[in-house]
Design a protein around this ligand. Sequence first.
Ligand code: ADP
Ligand code: MG
Length: 895
Amino acid sequence: MNLTPMMKQYMEIKKEYPDAILFFHLGDFYEMFLEDAQKAAPVLEVTLTSRDAGKLGRIPMCGVPCHSAAGYIARLVNNGFKVAICEQLEETAKAKGLVKRGITRVVTPGTFFEGPPDQSRNNYVICVAPAGAGSYGLAAADVGTGDFMATEFCGPGARERLYDEVFRLQPSEAVLPEGAKELAGLIKAAAPAVIGFYPEACFQAARTGEALAGYRKKGDWPRTQTGIGRCGGNGDEEERNGGRRSGDLSSECGAAAAAAGALAAYLKETQKRDLAHMKVVSFYTPGGFMLLDAATRRNLELTRSLQDGGRRGTLLEVLDYTCTGMGGRRLRNWLEQPLLSPAAIERRLAAVAALVEDQALREELRSGLKKVGDLERLAGRLAYGMANARDLLALKHSLREAARLEEALARAEGLLQEVRERFADLADVVALIERAIAPEPPVALNEGGLIRDGYSAEVDRLRAVRRDGRGFIAGLEVKERERTGIKSLKVGYNRVFGYYIEVTKANLSLVPADYQRRQTLAYAERFVTPELKDYEEMILGAEERLNALEYELFAAVREEVTGAIDRILRTARAAGEIDALQSLATAAVKGNYRRPQVNAGGAILIKEGRHPVVERFLGPGGFVPNDAALDGDAQRVAVITGPNMAGKSTYMRQVALIVLMAQMGSFVPAAEAIIGVVDRIFTRVGAGDNLTSGESTFMVEMNECRTILSGATRRSLIVMDEVGRGTSTYDGMSIARAIIEYITTHIGAKTLFSTHYHELTDLDRMGGVFNLTVAVREDPTGIAFLYRVLPGKADKSYGIQVAELAGLPPEVLERAREVLAELEAQHSMKLSAGQRVRAMQLEMFPRRDEHLVIRKIAEIEVEKLTPLEALNLLADFKAAVSGTRQRRRGTRGGR
Ligand code: ADP
Ligand code: MG
């Protein structure tokens, strides 16, 4: 026995889409067969049945009704599946034999925009193109909003920077060349993306040019590319003047273009339509913004909390007063990509300041923005041909409100004025929709009711005909009751028989001769008359023609509106930017923030700074403000000591957040702030203090430290929170000391380093290192936290006092005090022993190579000294060779 013809058709189509669940349109259902059915049924919670398929015998099958397919598709996609939609391409009635079918779209996790869980963020699909010599191209697109961008990473650390960028974008889908299986691990570690592979050829220059035909460039595309794998480089003067920056993308062949080309090809293949809203690819360099690696983003809780990955307790939550979807996404984007140029930052700050000062304007903008819908996503629906009449009305309404925003900004200056000028004139689109679309149209497009009266003479005529017919029928019941004398006579309608006159059995004798019997019920008979049939035909005929004509007219209007998609997107983005600016202004007013001064100097000076998130959590007056002063010189590296729970972590993060806020163009929670822009912020949390359980191993901590030590520059800000805690005390202390020394002498980055090793406070002998401590008040009843950060050092960690606060049993506390006293006594004995050997050791280490600090410690251990002795020796040795040694022997180890 052979396959049934339909199953043969199915198999042929399925062969092309092996990795997607195939939705096979069959009557009123989408059916799934074989493995697809077995995989999908449990996810969709539908019954798995079976069907006779010829030689295959009975095969597994399940199905979902077409009219509610969207929800089922969402479910599959959110579970990481792709769904290939296979439609009937001709009407069943008209088909000769088997209905023609074909795939109309493959819905994938990264291209599903009909119901992303969070409208305030983009849903990206990315392509990564490895380009040899350890460089990579990366392209990302959000088909819902039309964003399409590309970048590339080359040179040392390219892989890490790729990872950080993927972490920032959090794509839900990644497409990689078939050969690059090893990249899958990197992507998966950075984001919960579904990974797909795509033929390597699609990432090659030849195919790339073809795929990018018709795409335009935006941004500074790298100027010199002789082939995939060459990125950046010094620009060829001739090409630079040749204006290669704008225009067609198909001539590009660098790594970024390879990724963009592959992505364009993938979108074409899966979406199977012209994506009119994403014809521009922006090139950007992550290095053009403040670099924030994945661990730093996580630790600073910028957009996701450490606790549950949600928005609560994040900086974004505190700053987000946006009123529109595009504004929300824009603000998030600013927060994720703080600026580097003081001039650009100042421009944003000036716009925020203008809105802070002008309360009336701010409120006018806010109330206007609230009425503007998500124009970017409306543009996406237009591009997909999915917009219905209600979407067009929403568009009209939003565009009108957008025009009012533009008016409200008439007298604005600077950036606000510049953004205002980006609003496009869309009066024609508004007028067209106003003229053509009915005020309260249905969702469906095939039931009429779409077109406004007066727009089309033919629509009006058909509506009049239908109205007349209905009027006649409405009057018929009264007329016939009079004529026949049957008081209970009724005129009704059903789908099978159309209009009818119903007479109960008791009155059948009164039925006139011109009634024709159509249907017999238990209690009544149903009749028609020739006249009734005529009117029925008139009504139904008019209706059928109306529905078809209205759809046609609607489609033409929609197409014309789609033609304005570039203008709509321009307006959408301008409105989004206004929204983000007013959001920062609103947050500044609500949070009592101040405008920072941003410059290119190397210093950070903060007066009465607060932590924006903790402050809000504690409520008014609950937060104790603190100053901060860091510079590239004497105040370069702060070693912060103080008991647990004193506020060290909060203080360090608040400094980092204030710098970041300033560079995104936001006001800051401080009485005064002067911020010399930083190129990167790094934060590391010691493994022992890391809240993200699961990955808080010491190895992770050390890996992260390597990233800092290799990536930080003089212009960076480093926050290290109890680094070195994840191992034994001496190990940890050695590493912490070596790291501080290395940063101070080799990097010179502004650094905040909190530690429990108060031994490290003697590092202030080095130029550039200074001590800070958090004040506590100790009295016989225990300790009280004052949360004041002051110069100086803590001489102990108050661990036992904190344990007492936590209510540990008195026996334990007492014993702990005993042990501590013993240890401290031993410690000072060892110190003096160390001092005795020191003179000899100094001569044994004549090398000046400070890179080998950690190895040297190991060497000393081999010589059977205790680690602490080794440490002291090392510190003295270093002080001696750098010539800054001070005669302070008396103070060291003298406890
Ligand atoms: P540490 O890192 O020193 O152990 P944290 O920074 O984690 O301390 O702070 C512990 C708690 O103290 C915070 O959760 C917060 O509630 C409170 N706290 C910290 N800093 C302040 C401050 N400046 N003003 C008021 N409360 C603070
Ligand atoms: Mg802490």
